[in-house]
Structures are given as C-alpha cells and as structure tokens.
Design a binder for this molecule. Structure first.
Ligand SMILES: [Zn+2]
Ligand SMILES: [Zn+2]
Length: 109
C-alpha cells in the first residue's frame, strides 16, 4: 500500500503521483512508462541484430558453398585415367579400362 508522503492520502500501489496533491510518490517512475516506445526500439534493434546475423550466416553459407564447389571442381577436373595397358583415356574415377578391362587402380589387384 502506498501513501502520499506529503498529505498522507492512500494511493493505489502503482500510483506515481498523489491524486490529491500531485506529490510524486516514493515509487520511482519507471523508465518504461512509455512501454510501446521502448518495445519499438527493442524490436528495431532486434531486427537489426537478426538482419546482421542473417547476413553473416548468409556470407558464411556462401563461403561454404564456394568451398564445396571448389572441391567438386577439383574432383571433376582430375586428369582422365590413362590405361597403362592400352593407352586408352578413361573418364576420371574409372575403376577399369573401358577398352581392355584392365584394373586402372591396380594397387589392390
Ligand atoms: Zn498528497
Ligand atoms: Zn586399357
């Protein structure tokens, strides 16, 4: 319960000013007495932060995709496998020569 420090009038708990004499109560007037303004600012700031975060994430993703593209490029731009037996050019990654059937990897038999 709040009482006016000046005139002693009983005031509602959330009264910041005495309804009889206008004296400010001991309750500090909260900074968010205009909540919509603050909320608007908060949302604006939040929006900026989210936008920043999304932009950063987008750039990171682009970078990641770029790396993946480069990796794929490396793989596909590999020299074709030349058969050591018949000299045939086989597509990169071929396991066996498409001309003579030789095991192009050779190492494991
Ligand atoms: Zn008063
Ligand atoms: Zn061959």
């Amino acid at each position: 319960m709040t009482f006016c420090a000046n005139c002693g009038k009983k005031l509602p708990e959330k009264a910041y000013f005495c309804s009889r004499c206008g004296m400010q109560t001991e309750e500090d007037v909260p900074a968010d007495i205009t909540p919509w303004e603050d909320l608007r600012h908060a949302f604006t700031k939040m929006g900026e932060e989210i936008e920043k975060a999304l932009t950063t994430a987008g750039k990171e993703m682009e970078k990641a995709f770029e790396t993946v593209r480069e990796r794929i490029g490396e793989t596909t731009s590999k020299q074709p496998d030349v058969c050591s037996s018949c000299g045939e050019n086989n597509p990169a990654g071929s396991r066996f020569c498409h001309s003579c059937g030789k095991d192009l990897r050779g190492r494991d038999g």
